[in-house]
Each structure stands twice: as structure tokens, then as C-alpha cells.
Design a protein around this ligand. Sequence first.
Ligand SMILES: [Zn+2]
Length: 302
Amino acid sequence: MLAKLKLVIFVAVVTVGIAYAARAQDLGPGFHKIKDGIYTFAPDQLTTTCSFVITEAGVVMIDACNSPLDSRRMADAIKKVTDKPIMFLIDTETHSDHTGNHFIFSPPATVINAQGAADGMKKEYNPKRAETLAAKSPEMREALKGEKMIPPHIEYKDRMTINLGERTFELIYLKNAHSFADTAVWMPKERVLFASSAANVRTFINLRPTVVLPDVIASFKLMKSLNPEVVIAGHGEPTSTTIFDEYEGFYNLLMKRVGEMAAQGKSLDEIKKELKMPEYADWQGQDRLSVNIDAAWKVVKK
Ligand SMILES: [Zn+2]
């Protein structure tokens, strides 16, 4: 009798397992299953990555995806995997390619980011965004229904822990790393790190004037010290801590070169014309070298 019961349980567990795996494959192109119940959606190398994590008590999302069409795909994917509601939506930064589509998930989701996020979003809000996007296609227009800016409901300072169901999410504020408020999300038991856009995958980052390179490098060291197994950057495919080493190497070499040229008496404009980074010729976004030189110049001239 006991053996029979064990067999029934075994069959049930295997069946549920197969159903779960099959569903993961059905989510569509750009979706990755990172670990059980942890999924990311990275449509391509440059487009914003967004993710969702299933817990016994509901879903946690990290970033709200780039276009409203991506966000609708994300919402459909979540429904395929679970019928639980989205409880929290954590922003890793303030820019609209991560935050512009909160309205698709909230309500029910409570939106969270670090202190200064709401002010940052309001400062950068483009009232023409919806109109410009809607002109792209009828599908996009449809996906934009209900569009409005939703600033984070909750802002934390320095650190915050969310315990939901069986999972723990540690939110870590990254100072001057990328936008007006940047958050890394660390899942210690699963060793999965959502790393924000301080480092991406082999792409020159559009560094804003608020970015301070030594703070960026400090954020790499902090994130690396967590010893994550999987790193999900703000843009690009799931990766590892290699990206922190790559970007630290890139910024250090850039600051060294800018420093040497400044010491020779060259102006910022001259440096921008002459400085090359051939070691990184295969990185995407080469037209952003200029703003990277600006960031290095600020450090050198301090
Ligand atoms: Zn950004």
C-alpha cells in the first residue's frame, strides 16, 4: 500500500515537473528560464531586460520591460506560468525603458525603488512618449491603453529586504551608478543577482552626467562580493560576474588614457577626437564613447 502511494506521489511530482518545464519553453523568443520559477525576458542585446520570479505568495517582477508590447508579452508569459498576482515590481533604475510601463502591471503590483526614484522619473518624464510610440503601429497603440506614469509607491534608503513566500529579495542601493536611483536585487538562496545597468553585456553605456566612475567601480566590487552564480544586467542576455571585471577594466583603461592625454595638455575636445579604445572594438554602442570620455574627464580633472 505504502509503495503504491509512493508511486502515485512520484508520478504526480514528475507530471507537475514536466508541465512546468513545457510551459517554460512556451514563453516565446527572448525568454530564459534562469532557475525554477525565475525567468528573464531579453528580446535582444540592447533592449531592456525584464524579469519575474514566482513565489508561493505571488510574483515579483524586476523592471517593467522596454516597449508596452514587450510588457504585454511579459504579462502573458507570467499568466502562462502562474495564476498568482504580481505583488511587487522592483525598478533597477529610473529611465523610461525600465519604468515607463508600470501601468501594465500596477495595479496590482506595488512599485519599489530607492530614494529619489520618483523625483528622477518626474524630472525625465517625456509627455510625448505615448504619442510617439503609438504612431509606430496599431498594435503598439493598443498596448498603450491606460498609459500613465506611475512613480514608485515605496522608496527605501540604502537597503531593503522583501520576504515573500519562500523567497528573499535584498534590494541594494547603488550610488551614482547609472540613473537617479539604481537598485541591485540579490536573491541569496538562489544566488541570482539583478545587477541594474551599471554594467551591461559588452555594450558602451550611455553614461549620464550624474554617473561617477569610482562609485560605479565600487558598485561592481560590492556586487561581485555577493558571489552570484547568475548575473542579470539591465540589458542583454543572462551572464556572470565577468561583466563586472570587463567594465572595471574598460573604465580603468579609459580613465588612464584620458588622464595621460590631459597631462599632455590636451583639451576635452581634442581627447574626444583622438582617443580610441581598440580593445573594445567589438562592443556595441560605439557612438557612446564620447559620453564615456566625459565621465572619465570629470574624474581626471577633479
Ligand atoms: Zn538606463
